[in-house]
Design a protein around this ligand. Structure first.
Ligand code: FE2
Length: 367
C-alpha cells in the first residue's frame, strides 16, 4: 500500500469549448477516423465541434458510426475497414465507442489478424494509431485507461484487452455534451464510476495515492447520487470529473470482483454495464468490510452512508428514480454466473478471494 506506482500518459484537457479551443493539442495527423455510436455524437454537439476543428487544422476525416453497445470483434473489424488512410483516431461516445476506437487503433497499427484478436497480447509499440478520446457519458473512464473491453462470443463474456499503448493520447472533457443524455444513462454510468472508485480502492495494486483518488471520486459522486435519488438536477461537470478521476484509479489498479460479476449480468441478461455493477456494490462492500474494515469505513464515510444497508438503499433509490431496477435472475442463472466470474484471472489477483457461496450471496443480495 505504501509503494507508489503511477502512470498517466494521457493529456487531459477540460472545460466548456475545450474541443474547439485546443485543436493544436489533439489534431494529431492528416486524416482522422472518427469512431462513434449511432446517435450521441450529433445530439451532443460533439461531432460538429470535432469536424470543424479538424477542418480548421487542415485534417480530413472518415467516420465509423456503427459501434454497438458492448462491441464485439466483428464491430472492431468493421471499424478497421473504415480506417483506410487514417493516421489517428478520434473516439466520440460512451465506453463502447471509446473501447472500440482503441481496439481499432491497435488492430490497424499492429496489423492484428481477426482470428488472433484475443490471443495476441497487445504489444507496446509506436505503430498503434494515436487515440483522442471525447467521452459522452460520465462513467467509463476509458478516456484515461489503457483498457479496451470487447465482447467475446466464444467465451460468452466481455474481455479486457490491456496495454499501455492503448492509453488515449489526449482526453477532452466538455460536460455540455452530457446534457442530452437520458437520466437512466446518467445513473448507470455514474454507478459505473462509483464501482471503479470502490473496486480500485480495494485492489492489491492500490497505493495511498490511488486510494486518495478513489475517495475523492466517491466524495464527489455521493451528493450527485442523492440528487438522482430525489429526481433533482445533477451537476454533470461534477459527474464527469468524478468519472475521469475514477478512471485514473482503475488505469493504475484495474477493476475487480464487481466487474467480473457484472459482465455475465450484461452478457446474459442485457443489464447495462454500470447498472449491473451498481446493484452488486452493496453486497460487495459488505463482503469486503469483513476483511478490510478500516478502508471500508473510509469508503462509507466518503459515500456519506452508515453501512452496506444505506449504500444499498441509496443505489436502489437512484435506479428506482429512473425506472431502471433490473429484474432478478433465477437461482440457476446465478449458479452459472458464479462459475464464470470465478474463472476469470482478475479474481485470482484479488485481495479477498470469495468462495462460490460468497459470490452467490453477493448476487442474491443485489436483487
Ligand atoms: Fe466499468
Amino acid at each position: 500500500m505504501d509503494t507508489l506506482r503511477f502512470s498517466l500518459p494521457t493529456e487531459v484537457l477540460s472545460g466548456p469549448g475545450c474541443v474547439r479551443r485546443t485543436g493544436e493539442r489533439w489534431v494529431l495527423g492528416r486524416r482522422a477516423l472518427i469512431v462513434t455510436g449511432r446517435h450521441g455524437a450529433e445530439a451532443s454537439g460533439a461531432l460538429a465541434d470535432v469536424t470543424a476543428t479538424l477542418e480548421a487544422h487542415g485534417a480530413t476525416w472518415a467516420r465509423f458510426a456503427e459501434v454497438p453497445e458492448n462491441p464485439d470483434v466483428a464491430a472492431v473489424y468493421a471499424g478497421v475497414r473504415a480506417a483506410e488512410g487514417c493516421d489517428f483516431v478520434v473516439a466520440v461516445g460512451g465506453g463502447s465507442a471509446l473501447d472500440a476506437a482503441k481496439a481499432i487503433a491497435w488492430v490497424v497499427g499492429m496489423e492484428v489478424p481477426e482470428e488472433r484478436f484475443f490471443r495476441m497480447l497487445p504489444e507496446a509499440g509506436d505503430r498503434v494509431l494515436p487515440v483522442v478520446a471525447i467521452p459522452l457519458t460520465c462513467g467509463t473512464g476509458s478516456e484515461v485507461t489503457p483498457y479496451s473491453i470487447i465482447t467475446d462470443h466464444v467465451a460468452r463474456t466481455k474481455k479486457n484487452v490491456s496495454c499501455a499503448c492503448l492509453f488515449p493520447r489526449v482526453a477532452l472533457l466538455d460536460a455540455r455534451y452530457l446534457a442530452s443524455l437520458p437520466p437512466h444513462v446518467v445513473a448507470d454510468t455514474a454507478l459505473d464510476a462509483l464501482s471503479h472508485a470502490i473496486e480500485g480502492a480495494y485492489s492489491p495494486r492500490a497505493s495511498r495515492f490511488t486510494v486518495a483518488l478513489s475517495l475523492e471520486a466517491i466524495r464527489v459522486l455521493s451528493p450527485e447520487l442523492v440528487r438522482m435519488a430525489h429526481g433533482a438536477f445533477v451537476n454533470l461537470a461534477q459527474l464527469q470529473y468524478a468519472a475521469t478521476v475514477a478512471g485514473i484509479v482503475i488505469a493504475q489498479t484495474g477493476t475487480g470482483l464487481v466487474h467480473a460479476m457484472g459482465y455475465p449480468l450484461t452478457y446474459y441478461r442485457g443489464i447495462p454495464h454500470g447498472r449491473a455493477n451498481g446493484v452488486l456494490l452493496a453486497g460487495y462492500l459488505d463482503f469486503m468490510g469483513r476483511t478490510c474494515g478500516d478502508l471500508t469505513r473510509r469508503i462509507f464515510e466518503a459515500l456519506a452512508v452508515q453501512g452496506p444497508d444505506e449504500a444499498h438503499a441509496l443505489i436502489d433509490a437512484v435506479l428506482d428514480g429512473v425506472g431502471a431496477t433490473p429484474e432478478a435472475p433465477t437461482e440457476d442463472e446465478l449458479m452459472r454466473f458464479t462459475r464464470e466470474p470465478l474463472r476469470l484471472e482478475l479474481v485470482r489477483r484479488y485481495r479477498a478471494m470469495p468462495s462460490p457461496e460468497e459470490v452467490m450471496d453477493i448476487y442474491r443480495s443485489a436483487f
